[in-house]
Design a protein around this ligand. Structure first.
Ligand SMILES: [Zn+2]
Length: 347
């Protein structure tokens, strides 16, 4: 344990909660609200992909390593984005030691197929959801009440793009918006049920990953009309701390996003933290945004520390990678995030 962490008067969980609520804090937490499984951590724990994506004990072991070894002040699982997609009808290839599971076939080839998509009664007992729910329970049993546990799930836009394929998803927004809206209307109910189950299993917060709702993929008006109301519903009905993660340049939708009801928004390095802060004010907290691909994967710890320090200077509320870690991210680069934060707050 580092000296700064030791003198903090809060547990990691208390500090995370205060950061998410925008309350006064002694130091900014260093967390990952996105995927933390890396090759080095797999080697050190013996919990390798693809098994760690399909077996609860291994998932818990690899997730714990993000906290115990890499230095994140939280535990985060799962490591992929296919859990609900597979449960709702996609065919998923299991991936390998350094490739996440991915969708290889999808059920909604044409818009008429949307009516066959339903939220199954067994949503929480599927091969994939049950593993994550069990892993969250195992992690909670290990870390107790002092360390925040964060569980991720894909949101309605991301799921729709998987269930209908990205081409249909994009095309239907123009030619048949009612089809994509009908699909997302079903999917949001699955998201709500699963998110509440993750919280009941021991997660302290959930991250809704929904990059396909972002301005890099669909127009901000489409977001406003078709996705925003679903986020409001999600935030009303999910009982616990909620974070939204959006890849790419989310600036064009940050203003409405700040009013959706999420506690935090996890942003990539394409978004300037200081500019985003001005846009959202006190409405929501910002989490990010050291580049996982340009910096954490490919540069050295010194560069990581420079970028982390810049995030802190700009007023980031929780210091974190801007997106999920690439599996070959060097451990010393991840550790540099905590080191940068400790130096910043010891001065
Ligand atoms: Zn991302």
């Amino acid at each position: 344990m580092n000296p700064v962490t030791k003198v903090s008067k809060f547990t990691l969980k208390e500090r995370f909660e205060k950061a998410v609520k925008g309350e006064a804090l002694d130091i900014v937490p260093v967390c990952s609200v996105t995927q933390t499984g890396t090759f080095e951590l797999m080697e050190m724990t013996g919990a390798y992909w693809p098994q760690a994506n399909y077996e609860a004990e291994k998932m818990a072991t690899l997730a714990m390593a993000g906290y115990e070894i890499a230095g994140f002040e939280n535990v985060r699982c799962p490591f992929c984005t296919t859990v609900l997609a597979e449960t709702l009808g996609c065919t998923v290839a299991e991936g390998s030691i350094d490739i996440q599971p991915y969708v290889s076939d999808f059920p909604c080839k044409k818009k008429e197929d949307v009516k066959h998509i339903t939220v199954p009664d067994s949503l929480l007992k599927s091969r994939r959801t049950s593993v994550v729910l069990d892993a969250v329970g195992i992690i909670k049993g290990k870390v107790g009440e002092d360390v925040p546990v964060i569980a991720g799930l894909v949101g309605p836009a991301g799921l729709a793009s998987m269930l209908a394929g990205i081409r249909n998803y994009l095309m239907w927004f123009v030619t048949n918006p009612e089809a994509v809206e009908e699909l997302m209307g079903i999917l949001i109910d699955a998201c709500i049920e699963y998110a509440n189950a993750l919280l009941e299993s021991g997660a302290d917060a959930i991250t809704l990953i929904d990059s396909e709702a972002g301005p890099d993929i669909i127009a901000p008006q489409m977001f406003q009309t078709s996705v925003f109301p679903l986020y409001r519903k999600f935030c009303r009905e999910v009982k616990g701390m909620k974070i939204l993660h959006m890849c790419g340049d989310a600036v064009a939708v940050l203003d409405p996003l700040a009013d959706a009801g999420f506690d935090g928004i996890s942003i990539e390095e394409k978004v300037s933290v200081s500019f985003a802060k001005e846009l959202v004010g006190n409405r929501v907290r910002l989490i990010g945004n050291v580049s996982p691909s340009d910096t954490l994967l490919t540069k050295g710890p010194e560069t990581v520390m420079i970028e982390a320090t810049a995030c802190l200077d700009d007023g980031i509320d929780i210091l974190a990678p801007g997106c999920g870690l690439a599996p070959h991210t060097p451990l010393e680069n991840i550790k540099a995030l905590l080191k940068a934060r400790d130096i910043y707050f010891s001065q």
